[in-house]
Design a protein around this ligand. Sequence first.
Ligand code: C5P
Length: 316
Amino acid sequence: MQSYSLFAPAKINLHLEIIGDRPDGYHELVMIMQSVALGDVIDIRANGKEETRLFCQNPQVPLDNTNLAYKAVQLMQTNYPTPARNFGGLDIHIQKNIPVAAGLAGGSSNAAAVLVGINLLWGLGLTQPELRDLATYLGSDVPFCIAGGTAIATGRGEEIEPLPDLDNIWVILAKYSNISVSTPWAYKTYREQFHDLYVQDSHGVSQRTHAVHSGELVRAIAHRNSKQIGALLYNDLQKSVLPEYPEVENLINSFKKQNVLGAMMSGSGPTVFALCENEDQANEIKNIIQKQINDPNLELWVTKMCAHGITTIETK
Ligand code: C5P
């Protein structure tokens, strides 16, 4: 029986702007998303049984249908019942390298890999836009994770337009293992605190009166101007998250005091990322921050922007 080994990269948000709230409880967003080379490896194969089984070395990862990867299997089984019956259950091994519940879309990227893997395994021949449409049912970040790279995401986050690739900027990721932030809480708190920024339109959708505009950052990306990219990082969710988590704000400020291109929280946090010109600088600053903060709960990684989403590593 054939099996596929897929690479599922993490993402950071270079820009996350909340431009309105919607009657369905979600928010209208303008995001610039960026894949990074830190990723999980997903092995997927038919197991000759009826049930699908998830395996992961990290005990924080649920192995039941609360895992988005499992939901991705169920979505494909519902949409393609004949191959689902013919192939039966799947064994999916997740080698977890992306920190869990971190604002790095680890779970979303795993789910995207399962969609891509099932498409290959069952020989469905679905195109990338078709996979993206399916991904929309799983979560707001899953559609981006399919093709990855650098992209602008609007709507709930599911409408994706690719931008010129960035892969020459190094990234330090930093996360306190003892802090986790609830994404619904971060959005809800933002909505409560900043509601006066919005006006209702005739469809009941409220729109922000003063948009921040991501155009300058898009221009900087087109010119691969890393200094400007670093200076233009933006995340509205910092306004609701940082006052509750002063350690995260302190971490951002510690990075900013070093000679980084820019530093910010990714998504709803708590992971902070700092952009650097090269690998040596990134390693040097990582060591400085580790010594300076000197907290055993602080974990740091050095990685690089990458120009792709889910890729096949091996077919057996
Ligand atoms: O789509 P996903 O399940 O990943 O979203 C997680 C949570 O983030 C949602 O339940 C919602 O609270 C919040 N969210 C939002 N607006 C978006 C995307 C996510 O309010 N556009």
